[in-house]
Design a protein around this ligand. Structure first.
Ligand SMILES: [Ca+2]
Length: 203
C-alpha cells in the first residue's frame, strides 16, 4: 500500500510501515495516463519497466487506508477499483462507478489471482488507464497485490507496478511503485519531487 497525504509519502507491505518520507510535493491534474505493469519513457518514446508476474486487486483512494486482508470494496473514498476478474478481453473494468476502465495490452489472464482472476504480465504488456481527476489527488492511497519472478532492472528501468508520470525527462513521477532489486529485493516508491525509498525484503 502506498500513500501520499499532501507532503509525505508512506509505503506499507502487508500492513507494516516500511518507510515514510516527508517533503513530497504532488502535482495535481497533470494530463498523463496511469500505466499498470510498466511506465512510459517519453524521452525515448517507448514503454519500459515491464513487469513480470501477477498483479491483482488495485484500489486507488483519496484518503489513507488502514491495512486489511479483507476484499477491496467501493466506498466514499474509492477513486478506482480494478478486480481484474474478467476471463478474457482487452478491458479491465473499473468497479468504482467512475468509468476508469483500463485497456489491457499484451497480457494474459490467470485464474490464480490473489482474489479470483488476475492479470498475468509477461514482460511485454501493460494496462493503461486514461487520465482522470479521480486518479490525481493531493492525497492518495494505492493498494494492490502482486507476485513476481523478476525484481531486477531491465536496461534502465526497474519493473513497475503502477505509475503516473509528470514528465519523464527529469524522471518526475506523480506516483510510481516499482520492484527494486538494487539493494536486495524490495519495493520502492517515488513521488513528484521526491526520490525512491527502498524497503526491506518482500515475500
Ligand atoms: Ca481479482
Amino acid at each position: 500500500m502506498f500513500t501520499i497525504d499532501g507532503n509525505s509519502g508512506s509505503i506499507y507491505c502487508d500492513g507494516i510501515l516500511l518507510e515514510k518520507k516527508t517533503g513530497i510535493s504532488t502535482q495535481v491534474n497533470t494530463p498523463t495516463e496511469v500505466l499498470i505493469g510498466a511506465d512510459f519513457d517519453r524521452w525515448r518514446d517507448r514503454v519500459q519497466g515491464c513487469f513480470v508476474g501477477t498483479i491483482d486487486e488495485i484500489r486507488i483512494s483519496d484518503a489513507a487506508r488502514a491495512w486489511s486482508d479483507a476484499p477491496l470494496e467501493v466506498d466514499g473514498h474509492t477513486m478506482a477499483l480494478w478486480h481484474f476478474d474478467e476471463a478474457a478481453g482487452d478491458t479491465a473494468y473499473d468497479s468504482s462507478g467512475h468509468r476508469l476502465n483500463g485497456f489491457v495490452y499484451r497480457c494474459a489472464r490467470t485464474d490464480n489471482g490473489f482474489r479470483g482472476r488476475a492479470i498475468e504480465f509477461t514482460g511485454k504488456g501493460y494496462v493503461v488507464v486514461k487520465d482522470s481527476d479521480y486518479l490525481t489527488r493531493q492525497s492518495i492511497c494505492i493498494e494492490l497485490s502482486f507476485r513476481t519472478t523478476r525484481a531486477r532492472k531491465v536496461g534502465y528501468a526497474s519493473p513497475v507496478l503502477i505509475a503516473k508520470y509528470v514528465n519523464n525527462f527529469g524522471r518526475l513521477s506523480e506516483y510510481c511503485a516499482y520492484v527494486s532489486g538494487r539493494n536486495g529485493r524490495g519495493l520502492a516508491w517515488t513521488g513528484y519531487g521526491e526520490i525512491s525509498c527502498v524497503c526491506p525484503p518482500w515475500r
